[in-house]
Design a binder for this molecule. Structure first.
Ligand SMILES: Cc1cc2nc3c(=O)[nH]c(=O)nc-3n(C[C@H](O)[C@H](O)[C@H](O)COP(=O)(O)O)c2cc1C
Length: 188
């Protein structure tokens, strides 16, 4: 089993060679892009972003998600309207992340889909940043309207709209709490 796994890693050029890891750079670079260039997203870059979602972990490896890639201009405009956020339509691509098992709960009392989908979408935002692309999490939108626009069945749940494209502006300063404010050790 271990040999097989190793073989698979070699074949797929997967390794944990830390010298190749640029994750922190992508984390530092990513910001919410609210203004996009008209340039299309090259197919290889789009594929890489989607692959980053596909490889994301999920509870019980359920992979309880589907990602609708929206490039049609009329549908992008309709999605922007459903969110009441015009800038979304300026992105050449909007990836709509859909949870297929929104009723599932973990024994911890947390909804599984929210955790799973958040990880997959964050993978996409970081891969996009690494590819020079911008994204913006969109969590404020009409669930019903988005489902209607994209023919999403009622029993599923739309979690995030993710505009994707080349950034037209420059990032502002990051506003974050200090580590001291958000971390404690050995006790809350
Ligand atoms: C779950 C979630 C939902 C969000 N929804 C929206 C949204 O509807 N519209 C928007 O412009 N930004 C939205 N954001 C972006 C946040 O405002 C942004 O991430 C935060 O201000 C930090 O800025 P940064 O992403 O540039 O680092 C959302 C972010 C998250 C994580």
């Amino acid at each position: 089993m271990t040999v097989l796994l190793f073989q698979l890693m070699v074949e797929q050029k997967i390794s944990y060679n830390h010298k190749n890891m640029e994750v922190f750079k992508a984390i530092q670079t990513r910001y919410s892009v609210r203004n996009y260039k008209k340039d299309p997203v090259p197919t290889e870059k789009l594929q890489k972003v989607l692959e980053a979602a596909r490889l994301a972990p999920s509870a019980h490896n359920a992979q309880d998600w589907k990602f609708v890639v929206v490039q049609d201009s009329a549908k992008r405009k309709a999605l922007a309207q459903a969110a009441g956020q015009d800038f979304i339509a300026t992105a050449p691509v909007i990836i709509v992340a859909v949870a297929l098992e929104p009723e599932q709960m973990m024994s911890s009392g947390n909804p599984t889909y929210a955790v799973n989908l958040a990880i997959a979408v964050d993978h996409m935002t970081l891969m996009a940043a690494a590819e020079g692309l911008g994204t913006c999490w969109i969590g404020a939108f009409s669930q019903e309207e988005v489902k209607e626009i994209l023919n999403i069945p009622r029993n599923f749940k739309v979690v995030v709209l993710l505009p994707l494209g080349f950034p037209a502006g420059v990032p502002g300063p990051k506003s974050r709490k200090t580590l001291k404010e958000i971390v404690s050790h050995d006790s809350f």
